[in-house]
Design a protein around this ligand. Structure first.
Ligand code: BJW
Ligand code: ZN
Length: 252
């Protein structure tokens, strides 16, 4: 293997990523919005990203929901309706395939779209929640909810409280039990594959550092350089749906 993995061309980078994955045991994959981009789901910060048309603080904060729950629910309703017509892409399937070939595998996703599970991944640690789940703001009960086109605001069937999307907004803590599993996996992995995240939002952005500090190799797949590129051992520049099947393919 060359001494400077970061200056490899794409084909060499794919080969290096393959070699690292096939010669290591415990694999963690961390995904962000970029993995669903080829399925037609907008990212957050790209040129057609959500935050170009909407202000994050007007929609993705507890304060926004408190001041205008209708507006926030309308935004989620638009996204839910769009997701009804969206399917996983080859990148989601490649990750599900990698899980099948691995003895010790953990998938961590920042995405709320549920596409990993549809693609066949057995489990996905959904650190920012799931758009198809709601939580009562009064009694805290959580339930699956696939309804679209709400008439008025959705209410809890147990207590009548206002329902909110079970999604982690800015300033909110990530679910503790999920985070415990995340750090357990990061503390024992020897390869972390980061796919389609800008590495801006914490604490997810710090996961690469946790893994790296524990001696893990880091492989990044993204269409552009990110805040995590500098600590990645191998950087594969390209679309996740094109690159991941090549990295994962033929590893039996
Ligand atoms: C491709 C591709 C292709 C495109 N192939 N690649 C300073 C000020 C204020 C707050 C903070 C601060 N410093 C830290 C914070 C905390 C804050 C934070 O990180 N803010 C930053 C913006 C600075 N974090 C939080 O508040 C978190 N909570 C927390 O810290 O709690 C502490 C706490 C403890 C105890 C008690 C109380 C609190 C919570 C973060 C929640 C994030 N939620 C969101 C939105 C949810 C709304 C929703 O979805 O409905 O989650 S934000 C949004 O960003 C969403 C995503 O999961 C997350 C990450 O985005 P991601 O996935 O990286 O997407 P993009 O768009 O940024 O990047 C896409 C990438 O894909 C790009 O790199 C492209 O190049 C690439 N790409 N096509 C491969 N085909
Ligand atoms: Zn309730």
């Amino acid at each position: 293997m060359t001494s400077d993995l970061k200056s490899l061309n794409r084909t060499e980078a794919i080969l290096s990523a393959k070699e690292i994955i096939s010669t290591h045991r415990a694999i963690v994959v961390l995904t962000g919005a970029g993995i669903s981009a080829e399925s037609g789901v907008p990212t957050f910060r790209g040129k057609d990203g959500y935050w170009k048309n909407y202000k994050a603080e007007e929609l993705a904060t507890p304060a926004a929901f408190e001041s205008d729950p209708q507006l926030v629910w309308e935004w989620y309703d638009i996204r839910r309706r769009k997701l009804l017509n969206v399917k996983p892409n080859p990148a989601h399937y490649a990750i599900a395939e990698l899980e099948k070939k691995s003895d010790d595998f953990t998938l961590i996703t920042q995405n709320v779209d549920g596409l990993h599970l549809i693609a066949g991944s057995k489990t996905a640690l959904e650190i920012h929640g799931n758009i198809w789940r709601v939580r009562c703001t009064y009694c805290g009960i959580k339930e699956e909810n696939t309804q679209t086109h709400f008439e008025g605001l959705p209410r809890c069937t147990s207590c009548g409280g206002l329902l909110r999307p079970d999604i982690v907004w800015f300033g909110e803590a990530l679910p503790e039990e999920v985070l415990t599993e995340v750090y357990n996996s990061l503390n024992r992995c020897d390869v972390l594959i980061i796919v389609g995240t800008s590495g801006i939002v914490q604490p997810a952005a710090s996961f690469a550092y946790t893994a790296k500090n524990n001696g893990s190799k880091v492989i990044e797949v993204n269409i552009e350089e990110t805040y995590l590129s500098d600590i990645s051992d191998v950087k594969v520049l390209g679309k996740a749906g094109e690159v991941l099947p090549k990295i994962v393919g033929g590893m039996d």
